[in-house]
Design a protein. Structure first.
Length: 186
């Protein structure tokens, strides 16, 4: 019994030693973001939205992190109509660093959260709306120095569930987001 307890203690100490060698990192990324919005209503065409995004990712392990992603977008024209529409998104979830080289660092993520839109006529309805949203995708980072890098690209499928008709239920909008920016690593 003593031998078993001794072996368990040695195994626990070895595991703690190995875990202590794992270095945690935090990354902050800011940049430009393009959103291709695809309403599910036949009376409204797809449209483009431009804006910015910022994300913070904490990596307790080298390969697995937890990200918070915030975006803001503006639309000035839908079809031939001039509009003043805005949307913000707030998404959270796991981010996985995929095996790469020392020059490129690919990642994949699944984020969930919400979106808030406000306008006179944009995003399907006037006024303000909140809706569930998510982002599924990934990207590629290029380290430039130990603490600074470039986000070469990030591509996400971003479905939102805004109501598109007065009195109607929520309908999924199948959107695509493409981002690029600068990454700071601590």
């Amino acid at each position: 019994m003593r031998k078993l307890a001794f072996l368990c203690a040695i195994g626990l100490l070895a595991a703690l030693s190995a875990a202590a060698q794992e270095k945690t990192t935090t990354e902050i990324t800011v940049g430009y973001s393009y959103l291709r919005a695809n309403p599910n209503t036949s009376s409204m065409p797809s449209f483009n939205a431009n804006g910015g995004n910022a994300s913070v990712a904490f990596y307790p392990w080298h390969w697995l992190g937890f990200a918070a992603d915030f975006g803001g977008y503006h639309v000035g024209q839908i079809g031939s109509s001039s509009v003043d529409a805005n949307m913000t998104s707030y998404l959270f979830g796991p981010r996985i660093r995929l095996p790469g080289t020392t020059h490129f660092r690919p990642f994949a993520q699944i984020l969930g959260g919400g979106a808030h839109a406000w306008s006179d006529t944009g995003f399907g309805l006037s006024g303000t709306r909140n809706a569930p949203a998510m982002a599924v995708g990934g990207g590629l980072d290029l380290p430039l120095t130990k603490h600074v890098g470039a986000r070469l690209f990030e591509v996400n499928y971003v479905p939102t569930w805004f109501p598109e008709k007065t009195g109607g239920g929520r309908v999924v909008q199948n959107n695509v987001r493409i981002s690029t920016g600068i990454r700071f690593r601590f």
